[in-house]
Structure formats: structure tokens, C-alpha cells
Design a protein around this ligand. Structure first.
Ligand code: AMP
Length: 232
């Protein structure tokens, strides 16, 4: 496996990006940067950033680019060039994709791969409706997920299995905010796929099945790209 892999995980809300990012960053030994987790942890600490982001998040809207881009680029550029990263939830519009590309280009570090996790809308809605997350470490749990029998379940636990934190439902997983998030995804975020398709960085994998099924599909794409990278 090529070291220092630079991966973007892409997909609609409820696609399983966060779950896969957690597994993949252990496997690839890279850091995972989730914009949603970043905003939520700031909100929990009531920082100015968290308070500003929360009004957008609770309505299912994107946090404005002038706030989001700087924060993510700072985090990405603070990672050593040989170390690699996974981005979960960024970029979410073409402006963010262009800003990321420019920042990485300036350091001669382009992305290796963008994996889009494809999940039908009815499945994402069912997952989000059943989703709880840990207030402390942000691990996502699914209350009932018949189509993902290997996934974590909170049926047995009211507290996080990793850190013991309290589990809660995200405000923006409520039906009205979720409808808005889907609309924003379709209008603003989906065009990012074209951006990466044009650059031949895009791989699309099916996101229905167990967590392990999806993980294996993503790994196959990473291996395919790593082999090409190793040959170069
Ligand atoms: P997520 O946890 O990825 O579903 O993100 C939760 C919310 O955080 C989104 O609905 C947005 O309000 C905000 N957010 C996350 N990533 C971004 C981004 N790249 N640009 C703008 N807002 C974002």
C-alpha cells in the first residue's frame, strides 16, 4: 500500500462516510478530517466557530465557505507531506474542491483518490432516522439497520462503546433538516463528482451492504490506485 495516501470520501448524508473514515484511517495509518465532527466538537465547546456553524447546521445548510475552507485547509496543510489524510465531508461544493486543489497543488501534493459511496435515498433516510452519535468522540451508531447487519448498533448500549460518552440524535438528522440536506447535496455537492471525474480521480462504490462489504469495496479501489502509484 502506498504510504501517505490522500483520499476524499464522498457521498450523501447517511452514506456511511464517517464509519468508513474511522476504519480506513486505521488501515491507511493516516489522519481523518471530518468537517461535520470538527463543527460539532466546536459547538460542544461553545467556541465562536461552533456557535456560528450551528445555525447553518441545524437548518441543513452548508456552513459558508469563508469559514469552512480556511479551517479545513489549515488542518490538511498541518499534516506532514508524507503522512496522507482522509477527508470526510469536504469538499461539498465546487468552490471548496477548487480551493483544496489549489492549496495541494501549491505544495505539489495532489489527491490520490476520491471515493463516492452510492446509496439510494430511501436507505440514507432510514439510516439517518436511526442514527445516534457519541457526544464525545462522534462515533456513529445505528439503532436498527437491517441492511447493514455488520454495523455498530446502539440497541444494547446507551453509551458509546469506544469511550463511554453519551449517545444523542443530531438536530440535523430530524426530518425537515434532512430534507434540506438532501436538497443541498443534490444542488451544491453532486457537481463536485463531475469536478473529480474530469480529473480522473473518481471511483464509485456501492454503499449498500454491511459496513465490511463497503469497506472492502473502498479498499479494492485504494489498492488499484496504489498499484498504479507504485509503478510510476
Ligand atoms: P456531516 O457530519 O458531514 O453530515 O456534516 C454536518 C453539517 O456540517 C452539514 O450539514 C453542514 O451544515 C456542515 N458541514 C460539514 N461539512 C461541510 C462543508 N464541507 N461545507 C459546509 N458545511 C459543512
Amino acid at each position: 500500500m502506498a504510504s501517505g495516501f490522500r483520499l476524499v470520501l464522498f457521498g450523501p448524508p447517511g452514506a456511511g462516510k464517517g464509519t468508513q473514515a474511522r476504519l480506513l484511517c486505521r488501515h491507511l495509518e493516516v489522519r481523518s478530517i471530518s468537517t461535520g465532527d470538527l463543527f460539532r466538537s466546536n459547538l460542544q465547546r461553545e467556541t465562536p466557530l461552533g456557535l456560528k456553524a450551528s445555525s447553518y447546521m441545524s437548518q441543513g445548510l452548508l456552513v459558508p465557505d469563508d469559514v469552512t475552507i480556511d479551517i479545513v485547509l489549515d488542518a490538511v496543510l498541518s499534516i506532514d507531506s508524507g503522512q496522507g489524510f482522509i477527508l470526510d465531508g469536504f469538499p461539498r461544493n465546487r468552490c471548496q474542491a477548487a480551493a483544496l486543489e489549489e492549496a495541494l497543488d501549491r505544495r505539489s501534493r495532489g489527491l490520490d483518490l476520491v471515493v463516492s459511496i452510492d446509496v439510494p435515498q430511501e436507505v440514507t433516510i432510514a439510516r439517518v432516522t436511526a442514527r445516534f452519535i457519541c457526544r464525545d468522540c462522534q462515533t456513529p451508531y445505528t439503532l436498527t439497520a437491517p441492511e447493514r447487519p455488520g454495523g455498530p448498533t446502539s440497541e444494547r448500549c446507551e453509551r458509546c462503546e469506544s469511550c463511554g460518552g453519551e449517545l444523542y440524535r443530531r438536530d440535523d438528522d430530524a426530518p425537515a433538516a434532512m430534507r434540506k440536506r438532501i436538497e443541498v447535496y443534490q444542488g451544491e455537492t453532486l457537481p463536485v463528482l463531475e469536478f473529480y471525474r474530469e480529473r480522473e480521480l473518481l471511483a464509485e462504490v456501492g454503499g449498500v451492504g454491511t459496513v465490511e462489504d463497503v469497506y472492502n469495496r473502498v479498499i479494492m479501489e485504494i489498492q488499484r490506485v496504489s498499484k498504479t502509484k507504485d509503478r510510476e
